[in-house]
Design a protein around this ligand. Structure first.
Ligand SMILES: [Mg+2]
Length: 387
């Protein structure tokens, strides 16, 4: 057993996510879950697309080892494996991914990203009636294929599936109630919980890939994890603009030491006041880490928001959740600027859940039975604002 695991004797099961069990069903959604699970299983077994029969370099061996340690929460298909393919062309032959997972977003690699430049959505400033997330989502379904349009479509589909999956799962670990320290002089009304991976930053365990900063993270006296960090554009501006109104806290499903090290680097002005990590998440029978905001006893849910690229994170308090498409390495990403504008609109609201219901309508993902119905509802919302 590794040193860091000894310090968490009651959380052994959290280190292994392959326990998901889904009752066989003939429904199409269940079939997609099953396919998704098979896909993830494949990813786990051959997470870097390295053919077990081929010779593997020591560097690759190390990368595989690190990836399997699962310190970082990865809720999307493993982008490292995609990039690995670009580095070792001959390993493409070992790529045996099922072909039926087109709904899953496949991150672009650095190698082919230039080819998509002409397809990227122009970074126009949002129009007056622009609704964060929803307007871009509708545009993604109504305009031609592009990098960001695919991200929005895949994110909605993944969120829809995640909610349906969460509805069938059971909690097998629930964290203790939590009392967060707060300066009595702090008059800020609102608490903003921000996910880390693929929301604020992207970290790769393959440090040979392009990144902004390579960090060595000590997880235990004998273990160091090396990651390549890329920060989402606009992060610093967002923190500074929201700081007057929001107490800002990181809530990640990743390892606590990893999270603290990343926060130390991305927040030199110490705007982020706290870090909640994996041990503060619920763990379900389907292998999900869900962030139950009700464990925070000294904050009001009417004033607490969670921004997370993984929709299941806020499944227990859907109206407190704010979606965001995942970030990998695209410098054209404008989501944090748009998110900031949306969150500034929260200021003055008595109950942020009503605000989210009115604009984001994330509850539709749980309430409605098909993506088509959800998209139609969103279209009606956008069209009503235009008239
Ligand atoms: Mg995330």
């Amino acid at each position: 057993m590794r040193g860091h695991q000894k310090s968490l004797p009651n959380l052994k099961f959290l280190h292994h996510q392959s326990t998901a069990q889904i009752t066989p069903s003939t429904s199409s959604i269940r079939q997609k879950f099953q396919e998704n699970r098979t896909y993830r299983k494949f990813q786990k077994e051959n997470s870097l697309q390295i053919d077990q029969n081929q010779s593997v370099t020591p560097v690759m061996n190390n990368a595989v080892k690190l990836l399997r340690q699962n310190y970082i929460q990865k809720t999307e298909p493993n982008e490292t494996s995609e990039k690995q393919n670009g580095i070792a062309e001959n390993q493409k032959k070992s790529n045996q991914k099922p072909t039926s997972f087109k709904f899953l977003y496949r991150p672009m690699t650095k190698q082919n990203s230039e080819l998509m430049q002409t397809l990227r959505v122009a970074s126009n400033l949002p129009e007056v009636n622009h609704v964060y997330y929803v307007s871009d989502l509708i545009r993604a379904y109504e305009s031609k294929d592009s990098y960001f349009n695919r991200l929005f479509q895949d994110h909605l589909q993944a969120s829809f599936m995640a909610f349906k999956q969460c509805a069938t799962s059971k909690i097998i670990f629930r964290p203790k109630p939590l009392f967060l320290p707060k300066d009595p002089k702090d008059q800020r009304k609102y608490t903003l919980l921000l996910d880390l991976d693929e929301t604020l930053v992207h970290c790769s365990l393959d440090v040979r890939l392009p990144c902004e900063k390579k960090l060595n993270i000590r997880l235990s006296p004998s273990e160091i994890l090396q990651v390549g960090l890329t920060i989402r554009p606009g992060l610093q501006n967002m923190l500074e603009n929201l700081q007057p109104h929001f107490e800002i806290i990181i809530f990640t499903a990743s390892h606590v030491q990893y999270a603290k090290k990343i926060v130390e680097f991305i927040d030199p002005k110490k705007i982020i006041s706290n870090v909640l990590s994996r041990e503060h998440c619920c763990f379900t029978s389907l292998g999900q880490y869900i962030k139950d905001l009700s464990i925070i006893k000294n904050r009001s849910l009417s004033k607490t928001i969670l921004v997370d690229n993984s929709a299941f994170s806020y499944f227990y308090q859907i109206d407190n959740g704010v979606p965001i498409i995942p970030f990998y390495d695209n410098k054209q990403d404008k989501q944090l600027a748009l998110l900031t504008k949306y969150l500034i609109g929260v200021v003055g609201q008595e109950d942020i859940r009503e605000y989210n219901q009115r604009y984001l309508k994330t509850y539709l993902l749980e309430k409605l039975d098909s993506l088509e119905q959800i998209i139609d509802n969103y279209k009606a919302q956008i069209n009503s604002k235009k008239t």
